[in-house]
Design a binder for this molecule. Sequence first.
Ligand code: AMP
Ligand code: ZN
Length: 451
Amino acid sequence: MLKLYNTASRKLETFKPLLPDVVKVYTCGPTVYNYPHIGNLAAYTYWDLLVRTLKANNYNIKRVLNLTDVGHLVSDGDTGEDKLEKGALREGLSVWEVAERYIKIYLDYYRDMEFLPADVVARATDYIDEDMKAVDLMTEHGFTYETSDGVYFDTSKFDKYADFAKLDLTGLQAGARVEFSDEKKNAADFAVWKFIHEGEKHEMRWDYRGRPGYPGWHLECASIIHKELGEPIDIHTGGIDHIPVHHTNEIAETFAAYGHDLSRFWMHCDFITIDGQKISKSLGNTYTLDDLNERGFSPMDYKMWLLSGHYQGTRNFTFESLEASKQRRLNWRARIAECYQIKRQKTEERCVFDEILAAVNNNLNSAEACAVIEQSNLTLDDWKKVDDLFGLRLIADTPDITAEDYDLISKRQAAREVRNFKESDEIRDELLKRGIAVRDTADKAIWYYNI
Ligand code: AMP
Ligand code: ZN
């Protein structure tokens, strides 16, 4: 039985799909204007685990991931530079080129992290028509008003606006800065569509209401979900930073345009820190996968580190703890190599995968699942299922040896038994050349990959 913590109810709930044949999952994806740092990749690792866990429970899934290539302003609100424009300025490229460049980089990183591909990867700029239709609908239903800056959502018209994030709207109103009160009716009101002013540099622009403009950040997710999945969906995921603004506003827009709830379950991951500090450019700790690689760590070592903890915990990354995760993965691979040998000896073992899955089914407790793996004997079949569940490239990186190599190991053993150490040493060297090391114990020789 799968249990997930639902941000909407603030409770651990038993997961039940809304429809019998498909589980609809949506992940708020990256803004494609810069390299993903390891914090960004943490979120997508947890949601990859979610999808893999649903699959292990035999659910059929339709999963959509969006790529934000327009409308996300530096403030996460309605002020400040557009992140894509900022990237374009930094790199001397057009915003469209910046988007192309970082979409490719993101998708390469996702492949390196062994994330299962989403069924639909949706670019925000491919849904502008849907955005405009949604603004029309919200307006028709009385939820918007126009200012000189754009079309704004009137949060006072949606009486559940504060519920999701348990917002204190009165406090927000009292603390609102003066400039917001000019044209905005309420402090929490937000732009569903932004106008581009005379002389303003904003390369991505579409004509709407007789003026150039672009969609407000949150609208893309409401539009993509409406078109690709149909609301309500089963599970919507994001970082905890999405709760008070981005997801709150997606919910409001969906209700205002279509009259529906957006999602049954909401899941949010906490942020990782590095050496006890938040990840930031100014601290020089925005490590990428390439930075980890330079220090001798693979994407799978990092994934192992993430899976050794819990998505809702504030996790502190250090290179020492990454080294421990790298060693854990090597140890798991050595255990897989041992399984190949046990299989050849046709010894049956207890199947423990059900216990591992039970741990993950408890709100994605991968740390507990790792503890079960550490304490149990797994069969080769268990390891294959663990690899499907975690996506750690354990089996692909640890193939069984060939019959020829196995023959060599047997010959070496036979030479040792008759004390022909010259021959056994020669065979050992040949095996080492093939990447296979042999360790002799009292009664048998154990081989493993020379990694
Ligand atoms: P962005 O591409 O800038 O929209 O960032 C994508 C998402 O990555 C953010 O909204 C967060 O949910 C997530 N994120 C950013 N920093 C961290 C971090 N240090 N730990 C975990 N998740 C993070
Ligand atoms: Zn979103």
